[in-house]
Design a protein around this ligand. Structure first.
Ligand code: GTP
Ligand code: SPV
Ligand code: MN
Length: 629
C-alpha cells in the first residue's frame, strides 16, 4: 500500500470526527497499520479514542451497552465473563513468528513467519464486520520518561479497551508528540465470532502470534485479558527484545516500598511465576505498592532505577479476604471503577473462592447459569468461580499506592527477590552470596509448579527461569547473561534474595503461614541497611533465629518457636543437590548460550552442599551454621 492508498482507506472508512482525531497524529506507521487492519478486519465503523474524559466515559458505557460487561450493585463495578475454555493464558497457541533465516531457542513456541501470518490474518479476515474497531494510543512506563514505550492497540472489544484504561497510561498526547517516529509496539485484536453470552466461540481458532520483526502482535478468537490486552504479556515479549538491544532489563516483577526504621522506605522488586506471589507480596498491609507484574530496570549513574510498565492491577481474586488482604478487600467492596472477571454473580454481587464468605448456591459464572453441584463435560464439578477469576483496578485507586508510581526517573532499587512454588528444596528466605550467585542460583534456577493462570494441567513441576521464561523472546542464555552484565553497570547493586512461600513438610503441609512473607520482607529491608546479621549456609545467608523472633512478635504478634525455625530453615541437602542437578541438566539441554559462569556457580554450590553433608548429615539444623563475619 502506498501513502495515497493508506489515506484513501482511512478517509473512506472513518467519519469526520474520528479522522480528525487520527490525523492529529502524523505518523506514517500508525496510518499504514490502521489502514491494513481496516482492510483486513472490515469493521462496521472505526472509533478513535482521544483519551478525553468524554471518550473515556463513552468507552465505559459501550462495554456495558454491547454486553461485554454488566453493572453490579456497587457503583462503578462491572462483571465480564470469558468463555469456559478461555480462562487463562494459552501457551499452546501463543507463538513467535520467526523468519525463515532465523532461529529462536527450542524452548520457545514458534512458527514460520509467513505461514503464521497467513493463518492468523485468515482468522482476522472480516472479523469485525458487525462491530466497531476501537483505536487506542497508550504508553508502557511513565510518560515523558526514558522508560516509556508507546503502544497502539486496535481491538473490537470495549472490555479490552476499558481494561487498558484501568491498567495502563493513556498515550494519545504522547503519540501526537512522537510525530513520525516509528518505534512503537502495535497490537491487533479481535474477539472473533461471539455467542449469545458475548464470549468468543471459535476456541479452536484462537491464535496469539508475536511478529517481533515488526514489533506487532496479532490476537484472535479470545477475550481473556492475558491474551488480548496487548500491553500485558504480549508487549512484554517485545520489550524484552527491545531491552536486549538497548542494554536495560524487562522483568516479570512487582515493585514495592517496604517501610523500616525512622519512617524510611526501601524499594524491592520480586519475580514470581504467575499465581505464585507477586500481588500478594506487593500488597502487604502497611507497605506501598508500585507495581505487581511488569518492571523495567535501567542503570543510571551506577544506580538500579526501576519503573512499573503498568499503572493498574489485573489481580487474582481467589483467596482475597478481609483478614489477609484488607487493602484490596476494601477496594473490591466500595464504590469505584473495578472490572471483575469470571467470579460468581448473584443478586448483582460478586463471590469468589476463598473470600471468607459462603457463596450462594446459584448464580451466573464463567459456565453460564450455575447451580452448586453442576458438572462440566468431563463430569468434574464446576466451582462457583474460576480459580483464575480476577479483578482490574487502577493503582491510583488504592490507599497503599506509592506516590512515585509516575516518577519519570523511576525509583532506586535496594533488593530483588526470586521465588516459585518449590515444595522441597529452598528455605523460605535467603540472601545470595553475590549478584552473580543470586541471578544464577535463585533466578536462573527458579523451579515452580504450573498454576491455574495458564490453560493446562496444574501442579506440574518445571523450571521457569527468572519467572519470565514464557515471555523471553531471545535466547534464554543470553537473557541470563544480560542480567549478569547488568550488575556490572551498577555501583550499588541491589541485594538478591531467594524466597519460597511454598515449602512443604513430609506430610505435604506448607511450613509457612500466608502472612510470614511480611516477616521476610522486613528482614530483607533490614539486610539492605546492614542492620542484622545472618548465618552462612551452602545455598545463601539465612536469618538468625533471634532476629526472626523479634520481627514475628512486633509485626504479627506471634511467638516464633525454635521448632518453627527448624522446620522452615533446616537445610535439606539431598533435595538441594537434586535441584542443582535438574537445573544444570536443563541449562545443558534446553537453553542455548547459558553462560559458563552459571555452571561454575552451581557446581560450587553443589560442592558446598556435599561438604556440609559430610560434616552434618543430610538434614542440617539452621542452628549449626556459623555467623557471617
Ligand atoms: P499473576 O497475576 O498471575 O502474575 O500472579 P501473582 O504472582 O501476582 O500471584 P498472587 O500474588 O496473586 O498469588 C496467587 C496465589 O498464591 C493465590 O491463590 C494466593 O492465595 C497464593 N498465595 C500467595 N501467597 C501465599 C503464601 O504465602 N502461601 C501459600 N500457600 N499461598 C500463597
Ligand atoms: C500472569 O499470568 O502472569 C498474569 C495474568 O499476570 S495475565 O494477564 O494472564 O498475564
Ligand atoms: Mn503476571
Amino acid at each position: 500500500m502506498n501513502d495515497n492508498q493508506v489515506t484513501e482507506i482511512l478517509k473512506s472508512r472513518l467519519d469526520e470526527k474520528n479522522i480528525n482525531k487520527l490525523m492529529a497524529i502524523q505518523n506514517k506507521r500508525v496510518h499504514a497499520f490502521l489502514a491494513d487492519a481496516i482492510e483486513l478486519c472490515n469493521p462496521a465503523s472505526v472509533w478513535v479514542s482521544s483519551d478525553s474524559p468524554e471518550d473515556v466515559a463513552y468507552n465505559r458505557r459501550m462495554a456495558v451497552e454491547v454486553k461485554e460487561e454488566r453493572p453490579l450493585k456497587v457503583q462503578g463495578h462491572t462483571i465480564h465473563f470469558d468463555g469456559m475454555h478461555d480462562q487463562g493464558r494459552d501457551r499452546e497457541v501463543t507463538k513467535y513468528l520467526v523468519p525463515r533465516n532465523q532461529t529462536l531457542s527450542k524452548a520457545l513456541n514458534q512458527k514460520e513467519r509467513e505461514d503464521g501470518l497467513d493463518e492468523v490474518r485468515g482468522f482476522l479476515k472480516d472479523s469485525m464486520k458487525d462491530r466497531i474497531m476501537i483505536v487506542r494510543f497508550m504508553t508502557l512506563g511513565p510518560a515523558n520518561s526514558e522508560f516509556s514505550i508507546p503502544c497502539l492497540e486496535c481491538t473490537d472489544s470495549f472490555y479490552v479497551s476499558h481494561s487498558l484504561n484501568l491498567l495502563y497510561r493513556l498515550g494519545y498526547e504522547e503519540f501526537k508528540r512522537l510525530g513520525s517516529e516509528n518505534q512503537f509496539f502495535a497490537i491487533l485484536h479481535s474477539a472473533g465470532t461471539l455467542d449469545e453470552r458475548m464470549v468468543s466461540k471459535e476456541v479452536d481458532k484462537r491464535r496469539i502470534y508475536i511478529d517481533y520483526t515488526e514489533d506487532t502482535v496479532y490476537s484472535v478468537n479470545t477475550q481473556y485479558a492475558g491474551n488480548t490486552v496487548g500491553l500485558k504479556k504480549l508487549a512484554l515479549r517485545l520489550s524484552i527484545r527491545k531491552a536486549d538491544r538497548e542494554g536495560w532489563l524487562t522483568e516479570h516483577m512487582f515493585l514495592m516500598g517496604v517501610h523500616g526504621k525512622n519512617g524510611r522506605k526501601t524499594y524491592f522488586a520480586g519475580a514470581f511465576p504467575s499465581a505464585c506471589g507477586k500481588t500478594s507480596t506487593a500488597m502487604l498491609p502497611g507497605e506501598k505498592i508500585l507495581g505487581d507484574d511488569i518492571a523495567y530496570f535501567r542503570a543510571v549513574d551506577g544506580r538500579c532505577m526501576a519503573a512499573n510498565a503498568e499503572s493498574g492491577i489485573f489481580g487474582i481474586i481467589q483467596n482475597v479476604n478481609a483478614e489477609d488482604d484488607p487493602t484490596i478487600w476494601d477496594v473490591l467492596n466500595k464504590p469505584g471503577e473495578v472490572i471483575f472477571s469470571n467470579v460468581l454473580i448473584a443478586d448483582g454481587k460478586p463471590y469468589w473462592l476463598g473470600m471468607g464468605v459462603d457463596p450462594p448456591e446459584t448464580g451466573e459464572n464463567f459456565s453460564g447459569a450455575w447451580r452448586k453441584g453442576n458438572k462440566d463435560k468431563n463430569g468434574n464439578e464446576i466451582p462457583c468461580a474460576h480459580k483464575n477469576a480476577r479483578y482490574a483496578v487502577s493503582l491510583k485507586d488504592l490507599a497503599n499506592c506509592d506516590p512515585e508510581l509516575n516518577n519519570p526517573h523511576g525509583v532506586e532499587l535496594s533488593g530483588i527477590m526470586y521465588g516459585g512454588r518449590d515444595a522441597k528444596a529452598y528455605v523460605p528466605v535467603q540472601q545470595s552470596l553475590s549478584w552473580e550467585h543470586g541471578i544464577i542460583a535463585y533466578g536462573a534456577s527458579l523451579e515452580t509448579e504450573t498454576t491455574f493462570a495458564t490453560i493446562g494441567k496444574e501442579g506440574v513441576p518445571e523450571i521457569n527461569l527468572m519467572s519470565i521464561q514464557d515471555f523471553v523472546a531471545i535466547p534464554l542464555g543470553k537473557y541470563v547473561n544480560n542480567n549478569l552484565e547488568f550488575g556490572k553497570k551498577l555501583k550499588k547493586q541491589p541485594l538478591i534474595f531467594g524466597v519460597n512461600y511454598f515449602l512443604r513438610d513430609k506430610q505435604g503441609k506448607f511450613v509457612n503461614g500466608i502472612r510470614d512473607k511480611h516477616v521476610w520482607a522486613k528482614w530483607m529491608e533490614q539486610r539492605t541497611h546492614g542492620e542484622v546479621n545472618a548465618l552462612v549456609t551452602p545455598t545463601g545467608l539465612i536469618p538468625e533465629y533471634e532476629v526472626l523472633v523479634t520481627i514475628f512478635k512486633q509485626l504479627l504478634d506471634k511467638n516464633y518457636t525454635r521448632e518453627d525455625y527448624e522446620a522452615q530453615f533446616t537445610l535439606r541437602v539431598p533435595e538441594n543437590i537434586a535441584k542443582i542437578d535438574r537445573v544444570i541438566e536443563f541449562h545443558r539441554t534446553e537453553v542455548d548460550r547459558s553462560p559458563e559462569l552459571l555452571f561454575e556457580v552451581l557446581s560450587a554450590q553443589k560442592e558446598r552442599l556435599q561438604k556440609a553433608r559430610s560434616e552434618y548429615g543430610d538434614y542440617i539444623s539452621p542452628f549449626s551454621f556459623p555467623k557471617e563475619r
